[in-house]
Design a protein around this ligand. Structure first.
Ligand SMILES: Nc1ncnc2c1ncn2[C@@H]1O[C@H](COP(=O)(O)OP(=O)(O)OP(=O)(O)O)[C@@H](O)[C@H]1O
Length: 678
């Protein structure tokens, strides 16, 4: 493979295009000469473009390359095109992984535009439930979860000549697993006639640690950034981040020159609250002032609505994008000039000892401080097409106290899903498997134990048929087991609804000032059998109302989330059909649903204590409480099964359903007989 001169690269591309489909020249995205020239001019200004020869030179010499360059310097958009121009896509595709779907889809659009094709032609993307690639695709953006899925089906990944792991500083379980598996795959392919090229990229990565893991591979550091970003801190710590964020956005709107704002908040609830407050306060703005347009951006938002954040605002309007950390890395929204950073991120931390997720602060604001690397990434969303400002809603001293990088998920999350994926790939000796950061033994043991009790592994720690099927579903193992067992209990239609309902943030509104009214309305639609059965009633009621917004309003139900539920339900139904899981309904025989829940959430069962308030878990005798949001709260149900245990001020059971403990020995003999509870 030879390095190519940039102009030659352009020529090669032109030639390549002339062999392509006629559609490209006729399609919407075919570029006129002026647009093409201006894009090429902009590309040439990027720091990464200037380092092109060096990058390709080192790429040729080394199997693995680590590339570090400032945010916005051009890593994501340029490097895949350099590799293409240098011929790396001749014998296989170039895969570029992204931690999130919004990044994969938006970056693919930009690169397709620069490349001069339509998305899905030479440049495409694959994210969960959406594949925009074709036979002509050479550069494929994808979430790291999708590449893992492909690895499970084809362990050699022979369709790819090159894998670019972008935003590798984000140590999610998926990135972690990919780093380890790609290293392993590279070793096995090195000996074949089809070696695998690996490029690892980020603006904020501890390059030396990654280099050590990849056998002291080459690090290329690209100097320079596009435009300066001025960082401003608050003089005092902020007691209320939501209020501080709203006030800062309004201040920017009143005092700063044109340019959109990207404001980081924790989760959908905060975003919706902030959008409402901004909407209300903007009515009091002087008529001479530009209009203000709040624009939510979070993972649960349908992709078509997420795209509003990327579209230009109407003339005379300033867009305020209210986003979770899905907008933290990789994406460019070209109009962003100001970033407001609350310094927090929603995070769950798993406690293996008690087998529960602990949430920090109160449930609604389950946030932990971000790392310095994340703060840098957030600020880096400005300064990409012009200079910008980052308003940090914390003091400089608080910034200095932040850890350099986030704790990798492999050290703090439930690992059962990851372990199951490894087993499907034939990797069952976890102690010898080379992770970049070794997971704590307790987390691994808990994962193995959970998979055994879910019958995904047998007593010899061998993957079962059920385990293999579970791994193919895009769900955490207990939910996958729930769905796979449901036809045996003749309630797959009901379980599909429940799993879809549990996949969205919350379907109930609980607005401040109207809490009692909301509770009364919820009571009218609740089921005395518990939360899961209430979800069934709500979904049924919503369908019968013909998805009426007024009906949702009456019961304080989030109609947008209900649509999301329907969407997820349809997708899961598709998986059931593929996996030949019969779709059957138990009609009104809801005991079947409760029994099915026990098989998946086998250890999450509890019985009321003599005080009539607390509960004792059946297996561990741990003291737990019904969460106040449960419809069973205050109803003194005798025994319950629940799907989540969370620690706030007490240990709370969330999503609870009434059961008969007598079922357990029959349904989960592996646990209840050995625990002497039968
Ligand atoms: N959609 C877009 N509209 C306008 N300009 C864009 C767009 N996408 C990218 N750019 C330009 O290309 C530059 C490089 O973006 P790119 O995503 O490749 O940078 P990066 O180095 O990967 O950044 P990060 O580390 O933040 O992911 C941006 O700074 C911007 O100038």
């Amino acid at each position: 493979m030879s390095d190519v001169d940039p102009e030659v690269g352009e020529k090669r591309r032109k030639n390549h295009q002339s062999h392509g489909t006629k559609k490209r020249c006729q399609g919407k995205n075919s570029m006129n000469g002026e647009h093409k020239e201006s894009i090429l001019e902009k590309r040439k200004e990027l720091p990464v473009y200037k380092a092109r020869s060096e990058i390709l030179f080192e790429c040729r010499r080394h199997a693995t390359l680590i590339l570090v360059g400032e945010t916005g310097s051009g890593k994501t958009t340029q490097v895949p095109q350099f590799l293409f121009d240098a011929g790396y896509a001749k014998h296989g595709m170039i895969a570029v992984t992204q931690p999130r779907r919004v990044a994969a889809t938006s970056v693919a659009r930009r690169v397709a535009d620069e490349f001069g094709c339509r998305v899905g032609e030479e440049v495409g993307y694959t994210v969960r439930f959406e594949d925009s690639t074709s036979h002509s695709t050479k550069i494929k953006f994808m979430t790291d979860g999708m590449l893992l899925r492909e690895l499970m089906l084809d362990g050699e990944l022979r369709r790819y000549s090159t894998i670019v792991l972008d935003e590798a500083h984000e140590r999610s379980l998926n990135t972690e697993l990919l780093l380890a598996l790609v290293k392993r795959l590279q070793k096995s392919r090195q000996e074949s006639s089809f070696p695998l090229k690996v490029v690892i990229m980020s603006a904020t990565l501890e390059a030396e640690a990654y280099s050590r893991f990849f056998l002291d591979c080459k690090i290329v550091k690209v100097p320079g950034r596009m435009y300066p970003v001025e960082v401003l801190y608050t003089p005092e710590p902020q007691p209320d981040f939501l209020d501080a964020a709203v006030v800062t956005c309004l201040q920017i709107h009143l005092e700063e020159p044109r340019g959109d704002v990207l404001c980081f908040l924790c989760g959908q609830d905060q975003i919706e609250d902030a959008a409402k407050v901004l909407q209300e306060r903007s009515r009091a703005l002087p008529p001479s002032c530009d209009k203000l347009m709040p624009c939510p951006l979070y993972a649960a938002l349908p992709p078509s609505e997420q795209m509003h954040a990327f579209a230009p605002a109407p003339e005379g309007t300033r867009k305020i994008i209210l986003a979770t950390n899905i907008a933290e890395s990789s994406i460019t929204i070209d109009s962003i000039k100001y970033v407001v950073d609350n310094g927090l991120v929603k995070a769950r931390i798993y406690d293996p000892k008690h087998d529960m997720e602990s949430l920090h602060e109160e449930l609604q604001n389950a946030c932990i401080p971000i790392s310095k690397a994340q703060a840098k990434q957030r600020a880096g969303r400005a300064g990409r097409v012009s200079s910008g400002k980052a308003y940090r809603l914390y003091t400089e001293a608080q910034f200095e106290e932040l850890s350099a990088a986030a704790v990798p998920e492999i050290k703090r999350c439930r690992l059962s899903s990851m372990v199951l994926q490894l087993f499907v790939m034939g990797i069952d000796n976890l102690m010898e498997f080379e992770f970049m950061d070794t997971p704590p033994i307790l987390l691994l043991t808990k994962a193995l134990e959970q998979l055994f009790l879910l019958q995904a592994l047998d007593k010899n720690k061998t993957l079962t048929d059920l385990g293999r099927k579970m791994a193919m579903l895009p769900l955490e193992p207990p939910y996958a087991k729930l769905l796979l067992s449901s036809s045996k209990f003749s309630c797959s239609e009901e379980i599909l609804t429940i799993v879809a309902m549990l996949s969205v943030d919350s379907i109930f509104f609980n607005p401040a000032g109207k809490r009692e009214e909301a509770a009364r309305a919820r009571h009218l639609i609740s089921s005395a059998d518990g939360d899961h059965m209430t979800y069934l009633k709500v979904y049924d009621g919503w369908l019968k109302s013909k998805k009426d917004r007024e009906w949702c309003h009456q019961y304080f139900i989030n109609s947008r989330n209900m649509k999301k539920v329907e969407d997820i339900r349809n997708q899961l139904q598709g998986y059931c059909k593929q996996g030949k899981i019969p779709l059957v309904s138990c009609e009104q025989e809801l005991t079947a649903v409760a029994r099915c829940l026990c098989t998946a959430f086998y250890s999450n069962t509890a019985t009321i204590a003599p005080d009539g308030k607390s509960y004792r878990m059946e297996v561990t005798a741990q003291e737990v409480y019904l969460h106040p949001s449960s419809v069973l709260f205050g109803r003194r149900a005798r025994s319950v099964v629940f799907d989540e245990l969370v620690l706030t001020s007490k240990l709370y059971m969330r999503h609870c359903t009434v059961i008969d403990v007598g079922w357990l020995a029959e349904l989960v003999p592996l646990l209840y007989k050995t625990a002497g509870k039968s």
